[in-house]
Design a protein around this ligand. Sequence first.
Ligand code: NAD
Length: 489
Amino acid sequence: MSSEHPRVPVAGTAVSVDHYIGGRRVSSAETFEVRSPLDWSLKLADVSAGDAATAATAVDAACEAGADWAALGVAGRGAHLRRLAELIDETVGALAEIECLDMAMLLESLQKRVISRGARNFRAYADLAEAYSERTWSSNGTANRVERMPAGPAVVITPWNAPFMLATWKVAPALAAGNPVVLKPAEWAPLSASVLADLADEAGLPPGVLNVVQGRGAEAGAALVADERVRRISFTGSPETARAIGAAAAANIVPFTAELGGKGPLIVFEDADIEAAARTAAGQYDDSGQVCLAGTRLLVAEGILEEFLERFDAHTDAHVLGDSRDPATTISPLIHPDHLARVEGFVERARARGDAVLRGGRRHRPDGLWYEPTLIRPASNDSEIVQREVFGPVLTLQTFADEAEAVNLANSTRYGLSGVVFTGSRERADRVGRSVRAGTVWVNCFLVRDLTAPFGGCGISGLGREGGDYALDFHSDLKTLQVRQDTTA
Ligand code: NAD
């Protein structure tokens, strides 16, 4: 490690390419390259690649800051978090442009919705932590009280899709609960986390309370989760990585949450508003399908298939693949050439095994990272394209004869993050909503999220729940304090 602190201009903002540890910028001799998916020839930055020593230094800083941060109490911490939220709100424009260049999400949705969710996350957790009411009761001649104790240093590991929003979603409850945090963002989209560190600094968060370690998962990430001083690990990413992190967490007996991939069903019953269902189905191509919650398996009642497809095609035809900064664009490029190759591989294997490609199924143009919105009618429910998450603009289409078959198909993968149901019947909404095995089921709507609701997955889509009080409980050690009732002052 050295003490240089270079910054590079990204969309007009000077962004640090260093780690942020103990309130100061720290460089690594080794770096990794960050390019823009909007134009792969555009190198954005060489970012410090942390190693085991960097990880240990960051955990040192977190440990040092932990006691004072915990002692501040919920109100003291809340004041810091609310100040940070204000600064995020003031920086929405710059953050949106940086995130757009870094990972290609549509600029307009970053400006209008996604980045400000980050500010809301900090405010919401400041409020929720303050609103906690300790449970009290009497039993066996004692007064009982359940208290939340800060658990200790937390490591937060995030993926490259929606990196700023997801980082704040996970960092905010950890800080609100009283834990110092080490955040390691994904190496394919690390820049907005660096800006978050600047804003935390400006907000006056004490040194070491929020640390950002840049680097590759197998090096910086693996070293962080293996550190035995870490008391919580909050991870969002793929099931493969969750297995490795789970093994490290198990070795140190550390609770961890894992928000993982999805293969959500989008079920359309014959009594549904077919136009709304078709529009929502075509909307699953947004963000090029790089959305864990996407309903990527279209399950449509046999009797309405023709009408559904006609409407779905019209909405899909209206998509515009282009530069994410152009307001006319609705489909952005994929994040990385390796990811594009992965998506192509899924579709080629599907073709080879006899699944029918109904639309798309190829790159949009040779010189960019766009992939055409693709619809595949699988030869069978066992097809890889039905059973594994693609994380690209690729949907499958299957039909069902009745409600029981729809539910069986919906529950036929190992994932269980989300489900979407379109029906005109309230009874069916309740019945099917209850039967679909997933952490979140939306009926006649999609992606409306309440920050206080539990969030997570069943099966290989995840472990544990975050969101609302669930995240605050996760980041706390709950203590039962029992005092004999005849204890006098
Ligand atoms: P990934 O698992 O490859 O990487 C996620 C993070 O883990 C990165 O920061 C990476 O550097 C780090 N990492 C990798 N190996 C590690 C190791 N051995 N130890 C510690 N950290 C390590 O996932 P990705 O490709 O960045 O993200 C895409 C995946 O994330 C998809 O499967 C998607 O569905 C999932 N995702 C889930 C949610 C959710 O809330 N359920 C949200 C967004 C994305």
